[in-house]
Design a protein around this ligand. Structure first.
Ligand code: E4P
Length: 219
């Protein structure tokens, strides 16, 4: 299972990398804005640090402009993957960029039919957003189950499903149980994945007992 880190903050990418959880990186215009830094500089630094795909999102909305912008983004580093929102014009651009050897991620997917069209267009990755569906009292994980079923019916579709808009450790667990190819996870959620209160209290108990072993041996 691939773990991408969902951030444009270079320090967060470093931390995820040290944990072995930076198989790739996803950014979007909101995450770039949060850094307050130059887009190209941020993407180039991250692409230098991480071996896997580093997603840089286009802001153009017309096919030709998306293609031109995608080519520019892809020229920044060999591992830059062009992130394109799932629109008809975007899907046309995906088909052309992929045919020219430029990897794409189709983003802002909220339905299984959108995922199917993105896979048919040849997208290397598709990113359905689970958290934003949960936010409107829909079920993000039901969508992932549906897309995984659909992809398993057609092994000729080579896209990888990377679950996005992850808000909780439960989203990561359910994605793994459904066999999603990967997840893109904010560092704050990655940190929660390792945490368990019984681990904390267990360590505290062992350390206290070890101190007692040492004081007993001095008697
Ligand atoms: C990553 O590809 C997405 O842009 C990101 O996961 C969206 O997350 P959000 O819904 O928490 O903004």
């Amino acid at each position: 299972m691939k773990f991408f880190v969902d951030t444009a903050d270079i320090n967060e990418v470093k931390e995820a990398k040290e944990l072995g959880l930076a198989d790739g990186v996803t950014t979007n215009p909101t995450l770039i804005r949060k850094t307050g830094r130059d887009f190209k500089t941020v993407i180039s630094e991250i692409a230098d640090l991480v071996d896997g795909p580093v997603n840089a999102e286009v802001v153009s909305t017309e096919t030709d402009a998306i293609i031109a912008e995608g080519k520019e983004l892809a020229s920044w580093a060999p591992n830059v993957t062009v992130k394109i929102p799932v629109t008809g014009k975007g899907l046309k651009a995906v088909k052309i960029l992929e045919s020219e050897g430029i990897r794409t991620t189709v983003t802002l997917i909220f339905s299984a039919t959108q995922a199917l069209l993105a896979a048919k267009a040849g997208a290397s990755f598709i990113c359905p957003f689970v958290g934003r569906l949960d936010d409107i009292a829909s079920s993000g994980m039901d969508l992932i189950a549906e897309i995984m079923d659909l992809l398993s019916n057609y092994p000729g579709l080579h896209t990888e499903l990377i679950v996005a808009s992850i808000r909780t450790p439960g989203h990561v667990l359910e994605s793994a149980l459904l066999g999603a190819h990967g997840v893109t996870v904010p560092l704050s959620v990655i940190q929660k994945l390792a945490h368990h209160p019984l681990t904390d209290s267990g360590i505290e108990c062992f350390l206290n007992d070890w101190k007692k072993v040492q004081s007993d041996s001095r008697k």
